[in-house]
Design a protein around this ligand. Sequence first.
Ligand code: 6PG
Ligand code: NI
Length: 196
Amino acid sequence: MDNLPYTALIKFPDIIPEHCDEHIVRRLTSMRGQFADQPAYEQLLSNEDMLLYEVYAFIQPEVDGELDSGISIIHPGKVGQEYFMTKGHFHSILDTAEVYYCMKGKGVMVMETPEGDWNVKDLNPGMLLYVPPRWAHRSVNTSDSEDFVIFYVYPAHAGHDYGTIETQGFRKLIVDQGSGPQIVDNPRWLAPEDRK
Ligand code: 6PG
Ligand code: NI
């Protein structure tokens, strides 16, 4: 991984980079236990290990000053009432921020601090989102038909802490109870005082 300037063409309309360092593919099986409606999850999985989202990542040396970037594509769909979403994570180096830029589709970013403060931002094409240090983040596709495509950039040494989210969940879920996207409480969320 030489450290020379590089370019990568991100072609429209599918917004897939012509080359990248890592193509991550996340299917239903990789999200076991993350969706609220377990019977609906098992039902879907019994038919097919559906593709939920993909990441085309540009990866730099994990040293201070370097930046990783890439494209996340969250495909449309639901598990029960809950929209397709990413795993979500804190950065292992908690004090590291991230910038997102929405290129296509529509969705929201669900965010939360270790203290349980939460925030949800709508994202539409052309919108930039700043995720401050210490805020975990999860991308959710709220379209019934279109891919949700976002460009991201963050410090290359930040790392990913998935375990905390897998254990305590996000405080808020994004569901469709018949009138489009809604923010609801996660009944399985573990409040700070209830965590081991
Ligand atoms: C990161 C970014 C972003 C994220 C993807 C997939 O820190 O790398 O937030 O690239 O990883 O959108 O989301 P998950 O990492 O939560 O699966
Ligand atoms: Ni991140």
